[in-house]
Design a binder for this molecule. Sequence first.
Ligand code: PPS
Length: 303
Amino acid sequence: MSYGETVKKVTERMHRFPLINIQGVPLRCYIANNWDSIWAFRPDPLDILIATYPKAGTTWVQEIVDLLRHNGDVEATRTAPTQERFPFLEIHYPPPIPSGLSRLEKMNPPRVIKTHLPIHLVPEGFWENKCKTIYVARNAKDNLVSYYHFDKMTLIQPEPGPWDSYIRKFMNGELAWGSWYHHVKAYWNEREKKNILYLFYEDMKENPRREVERIMHYLDLSLCDDVISRIVELTSFNSMKEDPMANYTLMPTAIFDQSISPFMRKGVVGDWTNYFSPAQNQLFDEDYKRQMKDVDIPFRTKI
Ligand code: PPS
């Protein structure tokens, strides 16, 4: 099939897919309908898992990990776009776009695997095989703003609807991949037992070098100072925004319409202040206290 024919076929089959609950978690129907094969996936002990609630900094950490594993050699990492280099465990699309599982089958370990699944839906093999797992969390308000823009431009996600109702859907755990609150809490509670490196987007913005070094140590790597500096530079927001291998511009527009909102949108901490009205902020804060009362995770909404 020619590229043009593939694009046409893809475009015809894409639409805003409904969500279906899997164990209380709303997932795109294509993921839910393939749930058994996702759950049965067995990773290799050398595979690395990058787990996040959507829009928390996945792509950024993927790029850092890839460069760390290749000693900062950009020629070795910029060989393919993000979605090809880092198989997305649970993703399924209408054919002919390959699923995460089919990409995984074609790659040899160690693979750097992306997931947005909450921890109770991550296939057991990751924990049995003691795979290294990096979790990135982002403060709820910025995460929500980023997700809102993403849902506008991702033409296979449910329609985000008006901003006010979107906030409520977020608070109620009704968005794809479910509750942000449950997600960040469950990984937090398991981080020591499962040896998960738990990172914060805000820490990465505040001091990227420190966080790159933390990732490096967690992966049992040791790179020289110059290479670390180079990786910090290559994974800055501005560098990645310009890099077609990292900015998702090679994703079909039938899936990501970046004319609506770019994937690499702003990349800042505190953008939520441009969106929440005082009343929305108060409602959100009161609900946040209720939902997060059983845990003390040091989230920051400004740096
Ligand atoms: S996804 O679709 O869930 O995989 O998205 P994800 O990569 O988790 O999150 C996208 C947001 O992360 C921002 N981003 C970055 N911020 C700072 N520095 C770097 N290098 C970087 N790379 C990606 C991206 O801009 C999205 O956030 P917003 O707030 O929408 O800009």
